[in-house]
Design a protein around this ligand. Structure first.
Ligand SMILES: [Zn+2]
Length: 127
């Protein structure tokens, strides 16, 4: 008999186990490893992004940069977080880092206006 496919599953982070668990499971059904926090990573990335935005608004730019970097590490496809990371880096004087992030944004989403504007500003600015 073929088991039904879970739409939202949390794969056990222990590579020797790898059991698929329901999204809201406390512990892995296969080995008992706690998986609840692991399953929240995606929601947590959104939470970190919001904290990064708040930090940026309040002038805590280095903290914002670190929060956006954490989001991008978990969610490499998140172009909003990558744009925010580039901006925060630029404000901290890291023009090369900002350029790299914006190039990655454009590779994933060609024509992104924020990344395009950022890169053209960088092109005009002395290095
Ligand atoms: Zn397990």
């Amino acid at each position: 008999m073929i088991a039904p496919v879970e739409v939202l599953t949390v794969r056990c982070p222990d590579p020797r186990c790898g059991t698929g668990n329901p999204y809201d499971a406390e512990d892995c059904a296969g080995c008992g490893t706690p998986v609840r926090a692991y399953g929240r990573l995606t929601a947590y990335a959104a939470h970190l992004f919001n904290r990064g935005l708040a930090a940026a608004r309040e002038g805590r730019t280095a903290e914002a940069r670190d929060l956006f970097a954490a989001v991008v590490h978990w969610c490499p496809a998140d172009v909003e977080a990558r744009n925010a990371l580039a901006l925060a880096g630029l404000r901290l004087g890291d023009a090369d880092g900002a350029r790299r992030q914006w190039e990655l944004v454009l590779a994933r989403r060609p024509g992104d206006p924020l990344a395009g504007r950022g890169l053209s500003q960088l092109g005009a600015a002395p290095r």
